[in-house]
Each structure stands twice: as structure tokens, then as C-alpha cells.
Design a binder for this molecule. Structure first.
Ligand code: PLP
Length: 442
């Protein structure tokens, strides 16, 4: 069994995280419950930041808040001196409600609405990561109207896609994101931005994928970007002062996943950038990165209570829990794999192989196939590991199941940071319908 961060099996045979017994957590806060190991999130944030600091490289480590956005999480990112990525008005609103310093907020998205762009400009955010020509035009107009200057990174699609172990070098990337590098769109965007009275061109952004286990893809992207920078330097007299290389650093969900420690991704990127900078004899750009999953993913554990089961002789045993695709859509959405144990009997050996079913009316609502477990009884607590990224943030109310509560644990203390949704919460946007009578219509 692979235990992450501060997780241990205590002398009661219970899973303990952050010095807190998870069986007590389930009793106090109910299930499903998402438990975050705060020390592990701090450790990750520091590993990324300190690698830049040790090498004296000016940098920003921006937490990609779409992985898990809540006021408490944003407080933590602020405490750890991170910057923050938002991709919507809602994520920006959450960041501002958490009093996150606006100058360290970066606004992403391929179709920011005019209202969202206004909101960002009024809040005085650090920069927009501009995705297309329409956005540049709207940003310029809005900035001009409000008499402000808006900083912009240009998102480019460098023709490198990475996912776990696969890298693809494509001629032109068929992606909805960013300015295409091959066809000259980036040069046009550079010219437009530099010629816009109220836009300030800060640099270039690229994000090549997610759950990446090796440095190769990042280094290919850096090579490609510097090929372009070499051209821009001579033809446009332009050298970006910020190079944002995105996120996508992998984590270990299951045995066999083999990510690198944060330090290794960062060191490899720094070395590669430095070699190009020396070769071209240009000023070292500031390097920004945007880890999401690798900050919060394996720090999250979801606790469920086990209920019914179904044995199909000779085929399979289904064991059902009190949550599922409502609190963790990833298995249904992209066949994501997880490991789990019984939190209240964590010291017992596995006796059988079962499949963990959610409670939604959907055959695809399966959390884990073929999980070795001790014989589980109704009332046992199942702890599913590594649910901290894109779990709560993709949570939904399918079947009108309330979204779970979230607690942070650290140094033996548990703090509720997101309340469990109530049935009243579920209907609070609903308005009753009654057909208007003719009289009322007049
Ligand atoms: C999603 C995303 C990230 C974070 O990706 P992770 O895989 O969670 O690290 C960073 N940057 C951009 C632009 C993204 O879209």
C-alpha cells in the first residue's frame, strides 16, 4: 500500500492524515468527505518555488486554481507565495473573495466574455493570457475606455502535445487554444499587441498537456519557442521578458504511475532555457509555471461509507459507496484509475477483489474496477486516494445528490473549508412554475 504525504496507519489500524484519524473525520463531518493533507500541498508548492530560488532564476509559480478552487485553497496558495491562474469569472470572483493579491492573478481562457475581461481589468489583475485576436481587440478597447494599461501574455500552440508518456510533434496543432506558431499568427499577435496603446506585451505562454511524467515534452516546447524567439529577435526586435511554460506535472494515482519530483521538471526547464539564452546572447526571461494537479492531486483523499453490494457468482462483486460520479467524475469521464483502502481496517490484508460502484443511476458510475480489499461490510469507510485534483472542481448534482464537504487537516487539526451541500441548497435556485391565467396575462 502506497501512503502519501503525512498519511499513516495508526495503532487503531485506522488511516490517519495530518495527524487526524480519518474514522473520526467521517464521524464528525459525514461522508462523502474530501480530506486535504495541507502539509503535502505546502511541500509541493515549496519544491517548485525553491528550485527556482536556489538557481537564482526569477520566476512565478502559479497555482492553476481550476484543479481545486475554494477560498481556503486560495488562502493557502497565497500563504505559500504562489501566483494564481483563473479561467473564468467564477474562479476570479473566488480568488478576489479570498483577498488574493490581484497583481498575482493570471486570467486564462479561450473565450473570455466581455464581462469577464472587464472584471479582470477593474480588479487590476496581473495579466491576461490572451488566446486569440478577438480577445486582443476587446482587451484594447476595454483598457482604453477605463484608461488603464493591461499586461498580456500570448498563448501559443507550439506544436507539441504531451500526455503521460506520449509526445507528439505536430505540424500544426489542431487545438482550440492559442495562436498558431506555424502559420505566422503569433507574429501577427505580437505586432498587434505592441501597436496597441493600452496593451503591454509581457511574454509568451505555452501549455502542452497534463499528467506528464517526463521532461521531454517541456524541453521540446522550449526548443520550439526559442527557435521562434531567435527569429523574432532579428526580424521583429522582440524578446519576451516572461516565458510561461504551463502546468501538467504528473502525479502518482496508481502503482505504475511514475512521475518526477517537482525539482526535476523545474531544473530541466531552467537548464534548457539557460542554454538557449546563452546561445542567443539575450536576457534571461522570467520563467512562470502553472502546476495544478501536482499541488492538490495526491493531497486529497475521499472518504465514503460503504453500503450495499451485489455478487454475481463467477463474474464480479460490486460494493457500493455513498458517492460516485457526483463527487468524482474522472473515472466516468476518462477512465481514470484510483487506489483505495478501508480506512477503519487499514491494517487488514485484502481477501477479495471487488469493484467500487457509485450511487448514481448510470452504469458508468463506477469509481474503481477490481480493487483488492478485506471483506467490506456496510458502514466501513472506504478511503480513495489521490482525489484532490479535478474532483471537487468537477463535482455536480446529478441525481440531485448534494456535493460533499471538504476538510483541511494539518498538525493534528481538522478544519471544515467547504460545507456539505444541503437539500435546501439544491433547490435554492428553483422557481415554481404555474401557467398564468388569461386574466393575469392582461
Ligand atoms: C489546466 C491547466 C494547467 C494545470 O494543469 P495541471 O495538469 O493540473 O498541472 C495549467 N495551465 C493551463 C493553461 C491549463 O489549462
Amino acid at each position: 500500500m502506497y501512503l502519501r504525504g503525512t498519511s499513516i496507519i495508526n495503532n487503531k489500524g485506522h488511516l490517519e492524515i495530518g495527524g487526524v484519524d480519518t474514522v473520526d473525520l467521517a464521524k464528525e463531518f459525514g461522508t462523502p468527505l474530501i480530506v486535504y493533507d495541507v502539509a503535502l500541498m505546502r511541500e509541493r508548492a515549496r519544491a517548485f518555488k525553491e528550485t527556482f530560488e536556489k538557481q537564482n532564476v526569477r520566476a512565478q509559480v502559479a497555482y492553476a486554481s481550476k484543479a481545486f478552487s475554494s477560498i481556503a485553497m486560495i488562502n493557502l496558495a497565497d500563504e505559500e507565495g504562489m501566483s494564481l491562474d483563473v479561467v473564468s469569472g467564477g474562479e476570479l470572483y473566488t480568488a478576489l473573495a479570498a483577498n488574493f493579491p490581484p497583481e498575482r492573478i493570471h486570467f486564462h481562457g479561450n473565450n473570455k466574455s466581455i464581462e469577464e475581461m472587464k472584471m479582470g481589468i477593474e480588479a487590476g489583475i496581473g495579466c491576461f493570457v490572451a488566446d486569440n485576436f478577438y480577445e486582443l481587440e476587446v482587451l484594447q478597447n476595454l483598457a482604453e475606455d477605463s484608461g488603464k494599461t493591461v499586461s498580456v501574455l500570448l498563448r501559443i500552440s507550439p506544436g507539441v502535445e504531451a500526455h503521460t508518456h506520449d509526445y507528439i510533434m505536430t505540424g500544426q496543432v489542431d487545438s482550440k487554444f492559442g495562436f498558431d506558431l506555424k502559420s505566422g499568427q503569433v507574429e501577427k499577435a505580437i505586432e498587434i499587441t505592441r501597436n496597441s496603446s493600452n496593451l503591454h506585451l509581457l511574454g509568451i505562454h505555452s501549455h502542452i498537456g497534463s499528467q506528464i511524467f517526463e521532461t521531454t515534452g517541456f524541453l521540446m516546447a522550449v526548443d520550439t519557442i526559442f527557435e521562434a524567439i531567435e527569429r523574432w529577435a532579428s526580424e521583429l526586435n522582440y524578446v519576451p521578458s516572461v516565458l510561461n511554460l504551463g502546468g501538467g506535472f504528473g502525479i502518482r494515482y496508481i502503482e505504475g504511475d511514475d512521475p518526477l519530483p517537482p525539482e526535476e521538471y523545474v531544473s530541466a526547464i531552467i537548464d534548457k532555457v539557460k542554454s538557449h539564452v546563452e546561445r542567443l546572447d539575450i536576457e534571461m526571461p522570467e520563467i512562470w509555471i502553472e502546476p495544478g494537479r501536482s499541488i492538490v492531486g495526491d493531497a486529497g483523499t475521499t472518504l465514503y461509507t460503504i453500503g450495499s453490494n451485489k455478487v454475481i457468482p463467477g463474474v464480479r462483486k460490486y460494493v457500493a459507496v455513498d458517492g460516485g460520479m457526483g463527487d468524482n467524475l474522472r473515472p466516468a469521464l476518462y477512465q481514470a484509475k484510483y487506489e483505495a483502502i478501508l480506512a477503519n481496517r487499514a491494517d487488514e490484508p485484502a481477501e477479495e477483489t471487488v469493484s467500487i460502484a457509485g450511487k448514481c443511476c448510470e452504469s458508468g458510475d463506477m469509481l474503481i474496477w477490481d480493487l483488492p480489499l478485506p471483506k467490506a461490510n456496510p458502514g466501513d469507510i472506504l478511503a480513495v486516494f489521490c482525489t484532490g485534483a479535478y474532483g471537487y472542481s468537477m463535482a455536480n448534482n446529478y441525481n440531485r445528490i448534494p456535493r460533499p464537504a471538504v476538510v483541511f487537516v494539518e498538525d493534528g487539526e481538522a478544519q471544515l473549508v467547504v460545507k456539505r451541500e444541503s437539500y435546501d441548497d439544491l433547490i435554492h435556485l428553483d422557481i415554481p412554475y404555474k401557467k398564468k391565467t388569461k386574466v393575469e396575462l392582461i
